[in-house]
Design a protein around this ligand. Structure first.
Ligand code: MRU
Length: 355
């Protein structure tokens, strides 16, 4: 199965995203013509999901170069560095954003381009390569995960990890699509994923459009669903996996892992190796993005809390490696002890990376 609704695409005209803020009410595309627009789209979650923001960042460098029209190779490379600097900090937790930006910058430098147009061509070629690799990785994740979950198709998932969030079929949702394609008929419980409702607005919409059996639950129903026998496996995506396997993902993931352990249910994390960060030793070193209090005080322009109530709104949490049963990556299923299994997979993956 190929992506029916691609969250990010490059066409001759430039970078086009599906504006995920407007789903499920309407499917509206937005062409991003400036670095400011790319930054805004990433910051406001018009484009979201770790691999998708990595792609938006990579193509965003092309957008920025077209905007600036540098007059020399040196000016072009300086612009690449400036755009990388600008976009990298917009969302700090997912390593895919900083990773893609750095990879494109390295490709621009290594290209040996002799004209500014040559730098633009090298940057675009690298962004397209990252996109193709991500699409292939999602399909491989689906294949590996479907073998793992074939006998446990009553699945709980969190946030949105599908075709909107990646360059292909998704991470955790790619496993769901692969199960469906194999005739296993997964039954998916999707959590709402407060406060921005990626599960309700995006996963429920995406899976229904694909004809997958999906039921929506409020986040706080997860424990009851597990104790009631509705869940045979939990599978989620990831924004940054540290070298020891500690994993940052959408806020609420950690409590799902604790609940799964309590109920003896396997807890899987699906993600491409581009979401693994060998430079981050453990979860304590992961920077967790904190977002606006207004996301918690209201929704869709309606107040759901006193306007002045203090709020703590971390966008992600960190699940300790000891609560994770296995990682599903394009390189296969990684089992504990995660330090060595992750290091081996990342080293093999690095063989394909741009120097
Ligand atoms: O804040 P978001 O919506 O970008 O958070 C997304 C997630 O946490 C996903 O689970 C993660 O990026 C994996 S998506 C393939």
């Amino acid at each position: 199965m190929r992506a029916a609704v691609a969250g990010v695409r490059w066409d001759v005209g430039g970078l086009v995203i599906v504006d995920q803020r407007r789903l499920p009410a309407e499917v509206v595309e937005w062409r991003l013509d400036s670095v400011d627009e790319v930054a805004d789209a990433i910051r406001t979650l018009a484009v979201r999901g770790a691999p998708a923001i990595g792609l938006a960042g990579a193509y965003g460098i092309v957008v920025g170069l077209r905007q600036v029209r540098p007059g020399s190779v040196e000016a072009a490379l300086e612009s690449v560095r400036a755009i990388e600097e600008r976009l990298r900090s917009v969302r700090p937790t997912a390593v895919n954003l900083s990773g893609s930006l750095a990879r494109v910058r390295r490709a621009a430098v290594a290209s040996g381009a002799t004209s500014p147009e040559g730098v633009v061509a090298a940057v675009l070629a690298e962004a397209v390569a990252i996109h193709a690799e991500d699409r292939d990785a999602t399909l491989a994740i689906g294949r590996h995960g479907a073998r793992l979950l074939a006998d446990t198709p009553r699945i709980l998932t969190h946030c949105n990890t599908g075709r909107l969030a990646t360059g292909g079929d998704g991470t955790a949702l790619s496993v769901v699509y692969a199960l469906a394609a194999a005739g296993v008929m997964p039954q998916v419980l999707a959590t709402e994923s407060r406060p921005l409702l990626q599960g309700a607005r995006l996963t429920a919409w995406e899976l229904r459009a694909a004809g997958v059996d999906v039921r929506l639950i409020v986040d706080s129903a997860a424990g009851a669903a597990m104790s009631g026998g509705l869940v045979q496996a939990v599978i989620v995506g990831c924004d940054r996996v540290a070298a020891n396997g500690d994993t940052a993902n959408k806020i609420g993931t950690y409590q799902l892992a604790v609940l799964a352990r309590h109920h003896g249910i396997p807890f899987y994390v699906a993600g491409p190796l581009s979401s693994f960060d060998a430079e981050t030793p453990n979860g304590h070193a992961i920077v967790v993005e904190e977002r606006s209090a207004d996301e918690v005080r209201g929704f869709g322009g309606h107040a759901t809390a006193p306007a002045d109530v203090p709020v703590w709104n971390p966008a992600f949490d960190v699940t300790p490696a000891e609560l994770i049963t296995a990682f599903v990556t394009e390189a296969g299923v990684l089992e504990p002890p995660f330090g060595p299994s992750i290091a081996t997979a990342v080293a093999l993956g690095a063989g394909n990376a741009t120097p």
